[in-house]
Design a protein around this ligand. Structure first.
Ligand code: OAD
Length: 262
């Protein structure tokens, strides 16, 4: 179901002072990264309580790390898809922009996104339980499971697990953006995990134009100004005039930041 065509969104983006995008696992689905819910979702095959909670890690760090090592190997084979690229393109065309992602896979950054908060952390970072220090770790596969810090302390993935607080600065930035943006795109999220699920409601209440792109209807669908159902990698480039703009940078919507150089 499409509540509206691309024309209204193009106009809104052209006038927007501040643009925000919220993404979830669905934006990476066509890159080959599994989502969490739905028919082939990770939470159908694995129990979050065993793999994605601080208690699970205390109980069995080896098991948790084996699962993360498997996911890292899988993600390492994936490339950003046209949905990630269209979002990076939108950032370059926007005066004031923030990408808020729940994904930990790092594919947005690979696609060229810069102004971004990763609400649930990043699977390519590790954190020392002794020193609290975070570092990048790109080893695929990991050299030792569980990996250890130079100080001897146990390392954990620098991601947010169930029952843990989100990074406060990232969360603040995300809510600030939701409160002040003129347009919010919500792409590939089931919109059921808090606090990220509240962001579209906040934006809508503050008068933002909210556009959803998802394979199927979600709790957000009835609230959004536009809902586009289908694959993000097909819909987003079309909605954002990503391809045509690259052929002719002056032909797509002209944001306040001016046309984008490909
Ligand atoms: P989910 O797996 O809950 O939802 C993925 C959404 O993407 C669903 O609504 C699908 O319909 C949609 N989708 C799937 N393929 C798509 C495609 N090709 N194009 C567009 N949409 C598509 O993932 P999230 O909403 O990101 O948290 O889940 C939120 C959080 O719950 C995750 O960050 C993770 C998870 O448990 C933690 O691990 C803490």
């Amino acid at each position: 179901m499409n509540k509206s065509g691309a024309g209204e969104l193009q106009q809104r983006l052209g006038r927007a002072r501040r643009v925000a995008v919220l993404t979830g696992a669905g934006v990476s689905a066509e890159s080959g990264v599994p989502t969490f819910r739905g028919a082939d979702g990770l939470w159908r095959k694995y129990r979050a309580e065993d793999l994605a909670t601080p208690e699970a890690f205390r109980r069995d760090p080896k098991l948790v790390w084996e699962w993360y090592d498997w996911r890292r190997q899988l993600i390492a084979r994936c490339q950003p898809n046209p949905a990630h690229q269209a979002i990076a393109f939108l950032e370059r065309r926007s005066q004031d922009f923030l990408l808020i992602t729940q994904n930990v896979d790092g594919l947005h950054r690979l696609a060229g996104s810069i102004r971004m908060v990763e609400l649930h952390g990043n699977i390519w970072r590790v954190r020392c339980l002794e020193e609290g220090k975070t570092t990048e770790n790109l080893d695929v596969p990991l050299q030792a499971i569980p990996p250890r810090c130079e100080c001897g302390g146990l390392l954990r993935p620098d991601v947010v697990w169930f029952g843990e607080a989100l990074p406060p600065e990232a969360l603040q930035e995300a809510f600030d953006a939701a409160e002040s943006c003129d347009v919010l795109l919500v792409v590939g999220t089931s919109a059921v995990v808090q606090p990220a699920a509240s962001l579209p409601m906040v934006a809508r209440r503050r008068g933002a134009y909210v556009v959803e792109v998802n394979l199927e209807p979600t709790p957000l669908t009835s609230l959004a100004n536009e809902s586009h159902h289908g694959k993000a990698a097909e819909i987003l480039p079309r909605l954002l005039a990503f391809d045509s703009a690259f052929r002719n940078p002056h032909s797509a919507f002209e944001g306040p930041g001016g046309p984008c150089s490909p």
